[in-house]
Design a protein around this ligand. Sequence first.
Ligand code: GRF
Length: 190
Amino acid sequence: TKVAVLVSGGGTNLQALIDKTAGGELPQVEIAKVISSKDGAFALERAEKAGIATAVAKEQAEVLDELKKSGAEIIVLAGYMRVLSPEIIENYRNRIINIHPSLIPKYCGKGFYGIRVHKAVIEAGEKESGATVHYVDEGVDTGEIIIQKKVPVMKGDTPEDLAARVLETEHKILAEGLKLVIDGLKGGKK
Ligand code: GRF
């Protein structure tokens, strides 16, 4: 299955998919293209090193064009910091997934991204946090949940400590979530 990955930054989630695809854990996946919203995103270097086609697309119309050219059947948002246009959502309904670094519906939506999520979890005194893979619909972090995994918040955790622990879990469940969608177990046949 051809997959396009949308990125904006460091690309550690992309790297996890690259490693698992190459390593045989995701044999059914071909990462056809990596599309970044930002020039110079390190995720682009990761893709180039893996011999994957890349593109930078800042406007949603460009993103849609790159997606169509890639032939991707499934789209993975991996650290992608933009809201997709309704046109893209319509074109790829129930075939777009996102990884979010919290137990959605907690600490998600506008304003909760990157380190802010973990700062809020710690300030709220939560005993646990986690990561979520969900379908992307017109809202922000509002689509049906595909898979979620909990992570403990440890005493004395800084937001950076928690971010790193959650990121490890993101890498694991993103691949699992992608498998579920491809296998159609999660309504991939919708
Ligand atoms: C991380 O905060 C991750 O939780 C979220 O996007 C950020 C960057 O991810 N998904 P990546 O390292 O660019 O994949």
